[in-house]
Structures are given as C-alpha cells and as structure tokens.
Unconditional design. Structure first.
Lengths: 591, 249
C-alpha cells in the first residue's frame, strides 16, 4: 500500500531556490505570500490531500460515477470530500479578495493544485474547472454577471464547467454549431455539447456552464463564436435559485481513466443563457484562458508522475526478488540497477518538470503584476513560449513515468489492485484534452517560434548562455557534467530555431514539431536541474545534506540519461521532416 | 471564561524517528515537525467550547525554540485567539515546562487549562499533573469528555478497565486523551487570519523560572531489531524449547 505524501521538501526547494517566492511576494497584492504563511498552507494542503483525497482515489476509480434518471452519482465519499474541501476554503485560494478569494499568487496555487491532483486527479478536475469558469467570467463578464455568479463559485457553493466540444468540433472549434438566439436581456441556447467534465454531479445544487455558441447572424468560423453563461438552475436577480433551466445531462462517457470524474454529454434545449463579453468574441476569451488551462493540465502531468513514482518506490523497497548482482540473499528489487534506473528516470524527470512548471507559474505572476510594463511583456513572452512546453512535455513524460511505475511492479502492475495501472490510465487523457500534444507542438513551432522569427526563444537561449557563466564557476564534477550536457542541449535548440525560422516548406517544418517540443522540454528541464544542482551545492554545508546531495545526483542523472538526447532530437527536427511526408496516402499500407 | 492551552512542537507522527549517531538523543535536524497530536485535541476542545459559548477567549502557549512559533500559528489557525511563546533554546523537561506554565497561568488567570496528556516525543505524561500540583488546582487527566457548567467541569476519564467521571471545581487542569474529539481540518482563510493574531514572546528569566534540566540523559538507543525465528522439527521439540530455553512453561 502506498500512501501519498506531498513532496514538501522538493516543493519548498523549488519555490524558494528556483522560482523566487520571496520576489513574487514583493509584487503588488501578493504581500501575504510570506514563507511562514506559504509553509502553513502547504502543510495543511498536504494533510488534506493525504487524509481526505488520496484514500478515495482507488475506490473512486473502481466505482466510477454513474448516471440514473438524469442525475449523476459520484463515487462514495466524493460529495462529503468536496463539501469539506469547499468549507475549508480551498476553492478560493487564487481569487481576488473582492470576490471572497485569498488573493494568493499562481506560484502558491501551483504546488497546492499539484497535491490535489496527485492525491486524486478525478476529484481535482471539479475545482480546476470552476477556477477556469471564474477566470473567464472575471475577464469578460459584465459587473452584474460577476456579482451574480463569482462569489458563490469562489466559495465553492456552485461549481463551473467549460462547454466547448461538440461531436464535429474537437480541436477545431470553428465548427461549433450550438445556437444562441437573443431574447430581451438574455439568450436562448440550443445544441449538444460533449466531453463536459463535471457537467453534472451531486456535489452542489447549482452548476454554472460556460458555453460556446453561435448567434443566428454570426460570421462563419472562429470569428462567429460567442461565450455564454448558462446556469443549471436559473438564478433570480436577488441571487437565489429559481427554476431548473433547459439543460440536462443525457449521458456520461465510459472512459479509459479518470473514472470518478463524470464526463457528460449535455443537451441544451432553449436554455436561458447570458452573453459573456461581446458577441462573436468568445474564442478570444477562451484563448486568454487557454494559458491557464494548458498550464493546469501540464501540472497534472507532474502530479501523476509524482504519485506513480511514490507508489513504485514503496513497492520497490518492499518486493523481495532476486539476489544482488554481487551475490548474497534475496533483496528488495530497489537494489537491482535496472529498477534503480527506472526510479531515477521517474524521480529526476518529475523534479525537472516540477521546477519548470513552478518557474513558469512565477513568471505568470510577474507577467500579471510586475510594476514595470516592459518586464510584464518579457515575462509574458517567456510564459507564452513555455506554456506549450509545460503542457506537452510534462504530460507526455507523465505518461512515460506512469508506465515506468507500472513496469517496476512487474506482473502485479498489470493487475488493477496495486493501483499502478490507474495512474497510467488517468495520465492518458492529459496529452489529449486542452489541446493534444500535436496542437501544443504546432503552437510552439508556428506561433511562438516561426511567427516572431525566433525572438523569444533566442532571448531565452541568451539567458542560458549567461547562466552557463555561473555554472562555469563551480568546481563540483557533477555540476560540470550537467553544464556540458546543457551546453549541448542549448546548441541543439539554437540549431532548431534557425532551421524553423529558415524552412520554407511548412510540411517539413511542422513534421518535426513534436520532437522539437520534446527537445525544448528536456533542455528547459535540464536548465532547471542545473540551477537546482548549483543551488544545492552552495547550501550543502548549511542545509539538509541528504536532500541536497540527492538533488545534485538527480541533476547529474538527468544530464547523463535525458539531456543527452538533445542532439539526436535536433537531428530529427532538422533532417527528419521530408521522410515524414514522403509517402502518398496509398503507400501507407501494402496489403 | 478564558481557556489556556499548551502546545508542544514535536517530530511529526509520520516520521520514522532515528537516534543521533552519538546516542545523545533523537535526530530532529531536517525532520518534519508538527503539533503534538494530543495538544491538537486540546486546542480543538477549547475552540469547541468557545463555539458553544462556554469560553470567551483562547490563549495558546508553547515553550521552546523560536521555531515553536509555527506550531502556535497552527493553533491560531485552528481557532485560538492569541499566542504566547516562552522562548528558550534550553532543553526543557516537564518540571521546567510546568513551572513556566504556572507563571503564564498566574498572569493570564484562565478558568481552565487544557493540555495534551503527553507529548509523543518523550511520552513523559507529567506536565499537566505537575502544573496542577504547582498551582494547587484540581486536575482531571486523560479526558474523553468535558462538560462545563456552573463553575464546574464534569470530565469523563479513560482509566484502566473503563470510564470514570469526575466533577471538579474551576479553575482546573484537564489533559486530553485521543477520543476527546477529532480535530478539524484548518481552513485556508483561517491560516491567512492566523498571521494577523497576536503572538507575544516571553523569556524564562523574565518569568523568574530556572529551566535548567534536572535530569541527565545517559544514552538513547534504538529498539533492538527482532531476531530471526527458527523452525523446530515437531511439537515435542517445541515444548522442550519453551520449557527449557524460554522457560515459559
């Protein structure tokens, strides 16, 4: 049995040594995020995650959510856990104090969200979606709409959903068909939405749906999509709940993973809805939110990787099998080099992904709150560059790590009762929703590199160069080895950026988009591991020595086993494109 | 009525405790520390009494190093109103803590002092009793139920073989057992509010208490590892071993 324990030491190390919590706390409005308060928040969140959410994870997967007579029943214990979660004020963490929120920075929300997801990914999706919906409403909603919906959602009394997908409109939202017809001060919404996470549940009475739809005279394509808020129960002007709105859950999906999270098919039949922002500008709002949503899913990759690692580690220490290579008695499998290799792959990559995610979270805070507009712009450019990397790389690697976790369990990993398989099944959605890895890679290569001639990427490479000077001053042999691998990695990125900017054939360039995304991930992750090794080395004699030594070893492992793949990925990006497109469609199958 | 609650910072109950290499004590460097679980129950009980309208103010006190402030902040987040740290880096033994608490009690004049029955690090189970003796106040230890009415506390105690109910006159000392209550999860807004509550720092000297240890720790060792078992060929051999080697028959 493995019990989730939040990796508080690593989280705090990253917050303080790499992501600069004390600098974030100096930004306007973030003065509450002092070290003491953040420590207290992390410890209490860790306790809630371990004691309330984690024990429900495996039974929740087994039981799943069910639908009967239009009502969803979540697995046993989930409703009580949600009520406790909302009562404890956790939903309110990132929101403005004016709406009842705690006004804490993204950098503080990030480790806390990681904990919820590690402990129980299915559960964590409900507050995550509520956060997204509040975000959209606060960005573009009228004052009246904000007043009516946001405080209840921040308090966790009402939950939120995002209704984007329709059967014919998945990654391509231009194809959305749901109709919205104006009727006085509101609209009437009709159509079908699918894949609606927590579209229906038994946690709260009210569910606030944000719905993409078209007005009758809207232009074709993405420029004709508007955003509406459609409550499950109509809200009276005084804020009390009125009649049931004409929206219902017609079925829930049978899925590979996240079984406890109800994924609803929603039918809107002349339902009352209110416009958020202006007509035909719904997708713009969605795009502003996209960074937060994609970041959130990237963090799910980190969280599942951590949970899978902890489970595999516990098993590897207990499972007695085989003798040590140098002889002796039967030993726990953690003594075998290949099991070690797998555990180190899990540990070092999870740490690298966590560090990159938290650094990007801090950059989001600077981009929003820095008093210097020029700094805001620079941080935003860095965030825009790294969001597809955090999303694409952390989720793809998260799946690999969950798969390694299963592998360490051997045959028992293939058996559901050990719990290792659940992590792999749960992780599998993360490379798909909120934009597949292919979509992330295209965004990275097209919008974030090619469109601006590689400017932001090159600025980042210059920062890596400057950091190389710092690394050069260390005499530690491990830091030296990491430095050399990072130098090779940065060179590989630089070559790819040159190639992408120069390549005239988009088919050839985009054929290398996913390998390029992976390259960016391991170099950005390697950069963070190098920073971690340097920070650990400096504090070795005054700090937590076993932890800091392990951090340096983890960075060294990452350099030797992961970062070294960078030149090969560069070759794939630069040389591999034409073969990708070489076949005619008939040539694919020689049957 | 004011309630005084004492809390101690101890190695977290989830941590596998290790003995220092030199055998002088338990390793606490870089180890997760938390509030003693019995003290958490004590704070929870006080907060419940306040919520029930019985208590009007809850003061938490801890004695020890500066880091105990964290533990006090946790108590404030659970619902205590203000905190006092008697700050010292000296090793504190139960008698010293009881003397410090006596001074704080005399200063604060609470109607009730609630303590954990023992701390999970040294399991001494002495401070509450010593404090009652020093103050010459009635005491009810190992409480599993506390009812306050008309200047008295009716306390159900967990004793060997059953429950004992005492009625004691206030002011009094109560120490908590595990089943008194189940401490709540601290809410995020209360963690944020805890920061703004008063935390006063006192020094043992200023309270006129000599906290120098009276007992010397000679040696601390880990429990010996369980030895491997052996197989005996038959019941006769087993009986023989039990009788002649183990001498239990």
């Amino acid at each position: 049995m493995s019990v989730y324990a939040a990796p508080l030491k690593d989280m705090k190390f990253v917050l303080h040594e790499l992501a600069g919590l004390s600098e974030v706390a100096k930004l306007p409005g973030y003065g509450e995020a002092t070290r003491d308060t953040v420590d207290a928040i992390l410890e209490e969140a860790a306790r809630f995650a371990a004691e309330v959410l984690d024990p429900l994870n495996q039974p929740g997967d087994h039981e799943g959510s069910t639908l009967a007579n239009g009502r969803v029943r979540t697995p046993k214990g989930f409703r009580e856990a949600y009520l406790k979660f909302a009562d404890s004020g956790w939903v309110s963490l990132p929101f403005e104090p004016d709406w009842g929120g705690q006004g804490l920075p993204k950098l503080v929300a990030t480790p806390v969200d990681e904990m919820w997801t590690s402990a129980n990914m299915s559960f964590s999706l409900c507050p995550l979606l509520t956060q997204g919906a509040v975000h959209a409403l606060s960005l573009r909603g009228s004052e009246a709409l904000k007043k009516l919906f946001i405080p209840k959602m921040v308090a966790g009394e009402w939950t939120g959903t995002m209704n984007l997908t329709e059967p014919q409109a998945g990654s391509d939202l231009a194809l959305v068909k749901t109709r919205a017809v104006r009727e006085g001060d509101h609209y009437r919404i009709s159509g079908q939405k699918i894949f609606i996470t927590y579209g229906e549940h038994d946690f709260t009475d009210q569910i606030v749906h944000l719905v993409l739809a078209r007005t009758p005279d809207a232009p074709e394509g993405v420029k004709g999509i508007s955003l509406f808020v459609v409550p499950k129960i109509v809200v009276k002007p005084d804020g009390s709940l009125g009649e049931q709105n004409a929206v219902r859950c017609v079925s829930i999906e049978h899925k590979l993973g996240i079984h406890a999270s109800p994924t609803a098919v929603m039918a809107y039949d002349n339902a009352v809805g209110y416009l958020v922002g202006e007509e035909n500008r719904g997708l713009e709002t969605m795009f502003i939110m996209m960074n937060a949503a994609r970041f959130g899913v990237g963090l799910e990759g980190v969280a599942i990787a951590e949970r899978a690692f902890q489970r595999a580690l516990a098993f590897a220490k207990e499972r007695l099998q085989g003798r040590d290579l140098v002889g002796g008695k039967t030993v726990p499998i953690i003594r075998h080099p290949d099991v070690r290799r797998m555990l180190m792959l899990m540990k070092s990559q999870t740490e690298a992904m966590r560090a990159l995610a938290y650094v990007v979270a801090a950059s989001l805070d600077f981009a929003h709150r820095s008093p210097d507009p020029d700094m805001q712009k620079r941080y935003q450019a860095f965030v825009d560059l790294m969001i597809p990397v955090v999303k694409g790389w952390s989720t793809e690697t998260g799946i690999e790590i969950a798969s390694l976790g299963l592998q360490i369990h051997g045959g028992m990993g293939f058996i559901e009762e050990t719990g290792a398989a659940q992590h792999l099944r749960d992780a599998r959605i993360t490379t798909i929703y909120e934009g597949t890895t292919g979509i992330q890679a295209n965004d990275l290569l097209g919008r974030k590199i090619a469109r601006e001639g590689g400017a932001t990427a090159r600025e980042w490479l210059r920062a890596l160069k400057a950091f190389d000077g710092e690394l050069a001053r260390s005499g530690n042999p491990h830091v030296k080895a990491v430095r050399s691998a990072l130098e090779q990695g940065a060179k590989a990125v630089s070559d790819c950026v040159d190639f992408i900017v120069a390549e005239k054939n988009p088919h050839v360039a985009f054929a290398g988009a996913v390998p390029f995304l992976k390259l960016m991930g391991i170099v950005a992750g390697g950069w963070q591991m190098a920073r971690a090794a340097l920070a650990a080395e400096k504090r070795l004699n005054s700090g937590d020595r076993p932890f800091l030594e392990a951090k340096i070893a983890s960075a060294r492992f990452f350099a030797d086993q992961v970062l070294v793949q960078a030149p090969a990925l560069r070759d794939t990006v630069v040389n591999g494109g034409s073969a990708v497109m070489a076949l005619s469609e008939d040539q694919f199958l020689a049957a | 009525m004011k309630i005084l609650v004492s809390v101690k910072r101890v190695v977290d109950f989830n941590v596998k405790v290790r003995v220092k290499a030199d055998g002088t004590g338990v390793e606490t460097a870089n180890v997760k520390m938390s509030m003693n679980p019995f003290d958490e129950i004590a704070v929870e009980e006080a907060v419940r009494l306040k919520e029930a309208g019985v208590a009007t103010e809850i003061v938490v006190v801890s004695c020890g190093a500066q880091a105990c402030q964290e533990t006090l902040r946790t108590a404030l987040a659970i619902g205590a109103d203000r905190a006092i740290l008697v700050e010292t880096n000296e090793e504190l033994q139960p008698l010293a803590v009881a003397k410090l608490l006596k001074k704080v009690t005399e200063k604060e004049q609470p109607g009730l002092v609630i303590l954990g029955k023992q701390a999970i690090d040294d399991d001494a189970n002495q401070t509450g009793q010593m404090l009652a003796a020093l103050l010459n106040w009635p005491q009810a230890t190992f409480a599993s139920k506390v009812k306050i009415s008309s200047g008295k506390a009716e306390v159900t105690r967990e004793v060997d073989g059953g429950l004992e109910t005492l009625s004691i006159k206030l002011p009094a000392i109560v120490t908590t057992d595990l089943r008194l209550n189940e401490p709540r999860y601290v809410t995020l807004p209360n963690i944020m509010k805890a920061k703004k509550k008063t935390l006063e720092i006192l020094k043992p000297d200023a309270l006129g208490v000599d906290v120098a240890p009276r007992l010397t720790t000679v040696k601390v060792v880990e429990p010996s590892k369980r030895k491997a078992g052996i197989k005996v060929p038959d019941a006769k051999a087993l009986v023989d071993k039990l009788r002649n080697e183990a001498k239990v028959l």
